[in-house]
Design a binder for this molecule. Sequence first.
Ligand SMILES: Nc1ncnc2c1ncn2[C@@H]1O[C@H](COP(=O)(O)OP(=O)(O)OP(=O)(O)O)[C@@H](O)[C@H]1O
Length: 120
Amino acid sequence: MKKFILGRVRSIGYAFTGFFFLIRTEHAIISQLILAGIFTGLGFYVEISREEWIWQVLAIGLVLSTESLNTAIENICDFIHPDFNTKIGTIKDIASGAVTFAALTAMIIAGLIYIPYFLE
Ligand SMILES: Nc1ncnc2c1ncn2[C@@H]1O[C@H](COP(=O)(O)OP(=O)(O)OP(=O)(O)O)[C@@H](O)[C@H]1O
């Protein structure tokens, strides 16, 4: 049991190391965080409902998580094959495509939340 708990605590530590690495060094994550900050400010400004906050937080989390996984895939690609390779290019494009899915979803959610407020 003690070994199990220690293992879990250590894993949380590694996870936070990755978290801080991303927010310190990854430009894509930093830009998404700035955007998340802008939308958080907008949420307070137009006083969105509790339910709309939940959707907004989920949308932000979805984009940041997908972007983080995309960064991990890019790093693996650059590590295993630093030179130009069409397969590596396709893998990176696919990982970016996943971010696009998440970003489009977030844009639709943002539209559903904010367009009615701005039409009022
Ligand atoms: N080794 C490679 N071989 C072939 N094509 C590559 C290679 N590296 C990158 N590419 C192409 O360039 C695109 C951008 O790759 P890159 O690694 O620069 O990511 P990025 O989207 O600019 O991310 P970031 O801004 O986080 O660095 C890829 O989606 C792929 O099409």
